[in-house]
Write a protein that binds this ligand. Structure first.
Ligand code: ACO
Ligand code: ZN
Length: 440
């Protein structure tokens, strides 16, 4: 993962048109002319209905929210009413876009004349096995994954991957926001029949019904994440939550986060993690904006495991704030750090933007030569990440067996402009924190 499999702007409705428009029936010369005895519309109708219901794995064009047709692959299908071949809805993946845009579509959104004859074998095979699983079996796999009690064999893992292709929870209510989810999250089995979940924005307990949440809110004492407030600047606060001391909160946060994280599995033990929860505070309490998690001890020098800005707060600089915060913690630990891989498309963009800005700001101000090691010491960014960032900006040359940074001020300015906004600043003087120590 980490590759841009979709134009990022697709979410803003600005994805390029998929070049659709030419109907196979009108593109001339490719088919024998229709028989004189059967009218054209009748042939079209027959051809359309002969492909129904569509198989899992079918590739076809689908009308998206921008009103244009885009290529999709059918991931799953379900009956909606009746039992005829037309009575299905399809869960589709837009092959040009990220999986977060996968959705259930109605038959009339699909252009059946564009159905490709060859069904994707791999998907069909996996899809069929996915369909055969009972809810209980699927649930078992997901619970195993969350709790990490058992290792999955390769076949179960494939089944799991197949099952997680279809989003289970469509929307959540959290604080004053109703948020559309992006991906599957393995909620406990009693939530299998829910399309919407209601979260308490403070303790992150989730419920099936609004009335349950309203009752809960009358009793819930929390007005901020459990744990220590380690940073406050203006209305922004950061809380450190120990997964061992606040297990349920940690698990709830993981369930919630998985709705927006694709390639992260939740089969870790929350005990081993610290959660840094960013909040906007007002007189009603501290409202979660985003968070990152961090292993208490990382062999691989990871200083961040998962990062999320909740969708209503995205593109406001909070992501870069969280990234900057993770490096400030590393500096206090006297270590270099790097995010856990794989990075998502948005994660990679955010990190690239952050690394570029931080490194180029230093290069601009610095007089004389500077090495990658020195840059790493100053920023707590791992040397490999510095090298790949500067290489991708073509600021590195290899001379006499050494990497040399070549930084023309004009080129630096151009790159800095392209790197986007700086994000919200972390005021280090407001950070009151000591590195984690195991309590005996
Ligand atoms: N379209 C285009 N560019 C985007 C988009 C988007 N939708 N979202 C973020 N970016 C890029 C931009 O370059 C942006 O900088 P700019 O606004 O100055 O141009 C930069 O990323 C970061 O913007 P921020 O506002 O600082 O970040 P945000 O608060 O939106 O959070 C994050 C970024 C955390 C990656 C968010 O998109 C998110 O939560 N995504 C879902 C979860 C996820 O993918 N997390 C990363 C997984 S990898 C890991 O956990 C190690
Ligand atoms: Zn609560």
């Amino acid at each position: 993962m980490g590759s841009l499999d979709a134009p990022i702007s697709a979410e803003n409705g600005t994805a390029p048109a998929a070049g659709h428009g030419k109907s196979p029936l009108t593109d001339g010369g490719m088919r024998p002319p229709p028989s004189d005895s059967v009218p054209e519309y009748e042939l079209v109708k027959r051809r359309r209905s002969s492909v129904l219901p569509l198989e899992v794995g079918t590739r076809v064009m689908c009308r998206w929210r921008d009103g244009k047709y885009h290529p999709v692959k059918v991931i799953e299908r379900r009956r909606v009413h009746g039992c005829g071949p037309n009575d299905y809805e399809y869960y589709v993946h837009y092959t040009e876009f990220n999986r977060r845009l996968d959705e259930w579509v109605k038959l009339d959104q699909l252009d059946l004349e564009s159905v490709e004859a060859v069904v994707d074998e791999k998907v069909e095979e996996k899809g069929a096995s996915g369909l055969k699983m009972t809810r209980h079996q699927k649930r078992k796999i997901d619970e195993t994954h969350v709790e990490g009690h058992e290792e999955l064999d390769a076949a179960s893992l494939r089944e799991h991957e197949e099952f997680t292709k279809v989003k289970n929870i469509a929307t959540i209510e959290l604080g004053r926001y109703e948020i559309e989810t992006w991906y599957f999250s393995p909620f406990p089995s009693e939530y299998n029949d829910c399309l919407k979940l209601f979260f308490c924005e403070f303790c992150l307990n989730f419920m099936k019904r609004k009335e349950q949440l309203q009752r809960h809110m009358k009793k819930c004492d929390l007005k901020h994440p459990p744990g220590d407030e380690i940073y406050r600047s203006g209305t922004l606060s950061m809380f450190e939550v120990d997964g061992k001391k606040n297990k349920v909160y940690g698990q709830n946060l993981c369930y919630l986060a998985k709705l927006f994280l694709d390639h992260k599995t939740l089969y870790y033990d929350v005990d081993l993690f610290l959660f840094y929860v960013l909040c906007e505070c007002d007189e009603r309490g501290c409202h979660m904006v985003g968070y990152f998690s961090k292993e208490k001890h990382s062999e691989e020098s990871y200083n961040l495991a998962c990062i999320l800005t909740l969708p209503p707060y995205q593109r406001k600089g909070y992501g870069k704030f969280l990234i900057a915060f993770s490096y400030e913690l590393s500096k206090k630990e006297g270590k270099v750090g790097t995010p856990e891989r794989p990075l998502s498309d948005l994660g990679l963009l955010s990190y690239r933007g952050y690394w570029t800005r931080v490194l180029l700001d230093i290069l601009k101000k610095h007089k004389g030569n500077i090495s990658i090691k020195e840059l790493s010491d100053m920023t707590a960014i791992k040397a490999e990440d510095i090298l790949t960032t500067l290489q991708s900006l073509e600021l590195i040359q290899y001379r006499k067996g050494q990497h040399v940074i070549c930084a023309d001020p004009k080129v630096l300015d151009r790159h800095l402009k392209a790197a986007g906004r700086g994000g919200l600043d972390v005021d280090v003087s407001k950070l009151i924190w000591t590195p984690y120590k195991e309590q005996s």
